[in-house]
Design a protein around this ligand. Structure first.
Ligand SMILES: [Zn+2]
Length: 397
């Protein structure tokens, strides 16, 4: 029996499945075909929730006597955009000038293809890891992420699954393979502040109450002073105003309402609760400022609504996990990866509640773009990195 030791072949099979969220597109079936000959038991639970499409997911485990390593990722991909703009079709896996083209090539079918090839080579060479390896693969990372990793983790944990460490195969490298391991992520929260005023004629402001004045005061308080200066592991916390909406087409009318929405990316100086309290406090103080309340005796009348659920900030402190991965990268590409917490959120924010987690995959430059593609040489190198990591983490190096 031939084992899936070639990452390019594995990736081609996955790219040819048009698995745009929420469609499975044959991608999980392709994975199952690769994993079964390697001794994995494969489950494909489907999760549902009102108002969202049903999503099929995959959990595969190869059991052994020893610690348990989980690789996590997703087979769903973002839409292709303007298909005519692609140099090679997005679901054909064509190779040109040493690069394989296709949606998902780097984000992140490529990472999965390499991890499976690494396990296959390890099985061929050593008979398999001295412990358990599992793959936790969702079809709902690029979509609403409701019927994906969160439920898959709960589902697996309720069946007694426990993990000692996890690697997420998202494309973490900005320019070249080996640039960057992600060892944590900032938190994220969004909110909307609405100021209630009183509509009126611009020539008679004493009879009206302009909410835009009040909103300017509140927005200023959201932006100044800075929340912190950053930490050893994190960038400074940053708040961006994402929209200011008044919706007033007239030039002679003072409007009745004005709203500003914002998103804040925060480091581990804060928790969701302390940061929300800080923001409430800033707004309350700004609401009483006289500067924007000429001739008014009452403070700005505002309401703050938090939108969506917050993403928690986290930092992984498992030295063995981080150092083993760092060593595998260094031996393959000859350089030290940066340990970073930059960028957006990922499913690692959910996994961190179950075991220490780091992220390392391909080069992210073309992700979500037209002509998403990966160097065949990078697939080989990432496979070597993952294989070395598996050997060292299980102590078989
Ligand atoms: Zn991704």
């Amino acid at each position: 029996m031939t084992l899936p030791t070639d990452p390019a072949e594995n990736l081609a099979a996955l790219i040819r499945c048009a698995s745009v969220t929420p469609t499975e597109g044959g991608a999980l079936t392709a994975l199952e075909t690769m994993l079964k000959p390697l001794g994995f038991l494969v489950d494909r639970p489907v999760f549902s929730e009102d108002g969202t499409p049903d999503i099929e997911n995959l959990y595969a485990r190869r059991s052994g006597n020893g610690p348990h390593l989980m690789f996590a990722g997703h087979t769903d991909v973002v839409p292709v955009g303007d298909e005519a703009a692609w140099t090679h079709p997005p679901f054909a896996a064509e190779i040109a000038n040493g690069e394989m083209y296709g949606r998902g090539a780097v984000d992140m079918k490529g990472g999965i293809a390499c991890f499976i090839a690494a396990v296959a080579r390890h099985v061929e060479a050593n008979g398999g890891p001295k412990g358990s390896v599992s793959l936790l693969i969702t079809g709902d990372e690029e979509g609403p992420a409701i019927n994906g990793t969160v439920k898959l983790l709960e589902w697996a944990a309720s069946r007694g699954e426990k993990w000692d460490a996890s690697v997420v195969g998202e494309p973490t490298n900005p320019d070249a393979l080996g640039d960057m391991i992600k060892i944590g992520r900032r938190g994220s929260m969004s909110g909307a502040v609405t100021v209630n005023g009183r509509q009126g004629h611009v020539a008679y402001p004493q009879l009206a109450d302009n909410p835009v004045r009040g909103l300017m005061s509140l927005v200023d308080a959201l932006l100044h002073p800075v929340f912190d200066k950053g930490t050893r592991d994190f960038q400074p916390t940053n708040l961006e105003i994402t929209s200011i909406d008044v919706g007033n087409p007239a030039t002679n009318v003072i409007p009745a309402k004005a709203t500003a929405t914002f998103n804040i990316r925060f480091n581990d100086t804060w928790t969701d609760e302390t940061l929300q309290a800080e923001i409430h406090n800033r707004l309350d103080q700004a609401a009483g400022r006289k500067k924007y309340r000429q001739g008014k005796k009452t403070p700005v009348d505002y309401e703050l609504v938090w939108r969506d659920r917050p993403s928690h900030v986290f930092l992984t402190r498992d030295d063995r996990l981080i150092e083993t991965l760092r060593g595998s990268i260094k031996s393959a590409v000859g350089k030290e990866p940066t340990l970073s917490t930059s960028g957006g959120t990922s499913d690692a924010r959910f996994i961190k509640d179950y075991c220490p987690v780091v992220e390392f995959g391909l080069v992210g430059k073309t992700m979500h773009m037209v002509d998403e593609r990966v160097a065949i040489a990078d697939l080989e190198t990432l496979t070597q990195i993952y294989q070395r990591f598996i050997e060292d983490w299980f102590g078989q190096g």
